[in-house]
Ligand binder design. Structure first.
Ligand SMILES: NC(=O)c1ccc[n+]([C@@H]2O[C@H](COP(=O)([O-])OP(=O)(O)OC[C@H]3O[C@@H](n4cnc5c(N)ncnc54)[C@H](O)[C@@H]3O)[C@@H](O)[C@H]2O)c1
Length: 462
């Protein structure tokens, strides 16, 4: 039996870096965002210190000509949302599995009266000069190469979350975007929805008081069962290219489309899949700008405790405890069989010293006192939607709401939670060096992976 828990909005109802270069990256503009007003909290100055030295892209009839890499669930959903914007024209589609492109080809033809060019090799698509930007909708093990190569080719990107398969990739992606002045929006659309904007704004205003604990959670009911290799790879599917830089394993259909996220060879389990959304909100609320607070120590416990015989390699039960300093608080991440306190199956909760709390989930948020009685709250002004925010930033060469550096930090927190679990040790993080301190955690897939030949990760310093 296979169950997949999607974090698609429509399904919910609703190498080491030195201190100096990091300061250079975040620098004065981030500091300038400290005086936040209700309206400005998500419109603070760009994270990158230097203004782009690159001119705005030459847009055909002021349109952003787009290519889609990965025509699966979320890549396709992003493309369709963007096609609803007058500034967008989709010109090309790329997937290593031809059978996944049919619906998107028809949709593009219907909208623009012309079939899009189709590709199996995204690098061929990136050679096209008329394409300004790409959507990266591939499984996580492909994001780093897709986005770095897009940056090298002078394209902006809308890159799905978690940004990377591991920590070393995440850092290089930020470095490449900086080097080539790419405007990258990450698909954490929660940063652009009313309830999350309001809850983060409320926390940042200080109204809840001193916060001691942040909880983030998502239940996990995904099971693979036990599957055996043996089925021939369909003629339409370039499975070797799908595996890409990951370790080669014999073809098992149930391990590929959609389900890759339950294997550390390709993804990072529920902790990377949903943790990157829910912990991101906790980190954002506890930070003053897009430069996020980061834990100094991360410990984790869990494993395949609910279904030990299931094929998945990611844990079905995972609790991570993280220590933060300045401000001092503890973040608790949990994925398991049951939501905390019988509440929604996912969420983020900020708990103050006096027991008051703010809880936010897809569809709502509330402020309650220590006895659980609801208190008055204020909605923050709405923002433009996540995709529009990216379009506007591509045109103005400014940093979007889920910019790459900020989302590298949220993604890295997920990878640290997995690294601590896989290593069975407390992992320590240095925010200034943007690297693990000491050896614990470095010997895990969540930190770094050997790339399968001939694939090679270009390394860009931050
Ligand atoms: N933001 C959100 O709410 C949200 C929701 C769901 C998924 N996602 C993210 O979207 C990404 C895709 O997830 P999905 O569930 O749509 O996966 P999926 O398996 O349904 O689709 C991925 C597609 O990419 C294709 N692909 C793989 N390697 C490729 C390559 N090298 N070049 C071109 N195509 C390639 C696959 O054949 C497949 O069609 C993931 O990073 C996931 O975490 C985000």
């Amino acid at each position: 039996m296979t169950t997949t828990t999607s974090d698609h909005p429509d399904d919910t109802g609703a190498t080491a870096t030195d201190t100096l270069s990091r300061r250079d990256l975040l620098g004065k503009t981030a500091a300038a965002g400290l005086g936040l007003s209700a309206a400005s909290v998500f419109n603070i100055l760009p994270v990158h210190a230097q203004p782009s030295s690159q001119p705005a892209p030459v847009l055909k009839n002021s349109k952003i000509v787009l290519g889609l890499i990965g025509c699966g669930g979320m890549g396709s959903a992003n493309m369709r949302t963007l096609m609803g914007k007058p500034e967008i024209e989709v010109a090309a589609l790329c997937d290593v599995d031809e059978s996944r492109m049919g619906g998107d080809i028809a949709e593009v033809e219907k909208k623009y009266g012309k079939k899009p060019e189709t590709y199996k090799d995204y690098r061929k698509m990136l050679e096209r000069k008329d394409i300004n930007a790409v959507i990266v909708g591939t499984p996580d093990h492909w994001h780093a190469l897709n986005q770095i190569h897009a940056s090298e080719a002078g394209k902006d990107s809308y890159c799905e979350k978690p940004i990377s398969h591991n920590i070393v990739e995440a850092k290089s992606m930020v470095g490449a975007a900086k080097r080539y002045n790419s405007i990258v929006q990450v698909g954490t659309w929660q940063r652009s929805t009313r309830e999350f904007v309001s809850a983060v704004e409320y926390i940042r205003s200080g109204k809840l008081g001193k916060i001691t604990t942040v909880r983030a959670w998502k239940t996990d009911g995904s099971r693979m069962g036990q599957n055996k290799p043996g089925t021939a790879v369909p003629a339409t599917f370039d499975y070797d290219r799908w595996i890409g830089p990951a370790a080669f394993v014999p073809y098992i259909p149930n391990y590929t489309h959609g389900n890759w996220r339950w294997f550390f060879n390709y993804g990072s389990g529920m902790t990377g899949d949903w943790g990157v959304h829910m912990m991101d909100i906790g980190l954002l609320g506890m930070s003053k700008t897009w430069d996020l607070v980061m834990p100094t120590e991360v410990s984790a416990y869990g494993g395949k405790l609910a279904w030990p015989d299931d094929d998945r390699t990611a844990p079905d039960t995972h609790v991570a405890i993280m220590k933060f300093s300045n401000p001092d608080f503890v973040l608790h991440w949990e994925t398991g069989r049951k939501p905390l306190d019988g509440g929604p199956d996912h969420g983020t909760e900020f708990i103050a010293a006096d027991g008051k709390s703010v809880m936010v989930w897809r569809g709502g948020w509330k402020v309650v006192d220590a006895d659980g009685k609801e208190l008055p709250k204020e909605e923050a002004p709405g923002t433009n939607d996540h995709w529009q925010n990216w379009i506007d930033c591509v045109k103005t060469r400014t940093q979007p709401r889920s910019n790459l550096l900020s989302m590298a930090q949220s993604t890295i927190v997920c990878h640290l939670a997995n690294a601590a679990l896989l290593a069975g040790e407390t992992v320590r993080w240095d925010k200034n060096k943007m690297d693990i301190v000491g050896k614990a955690g470095k010997n895990t897939l969540s930190y770094q992976r050997p790339y399968r030949k001939p694939y090679k990760l270009p390394i860009y310093p931050i």
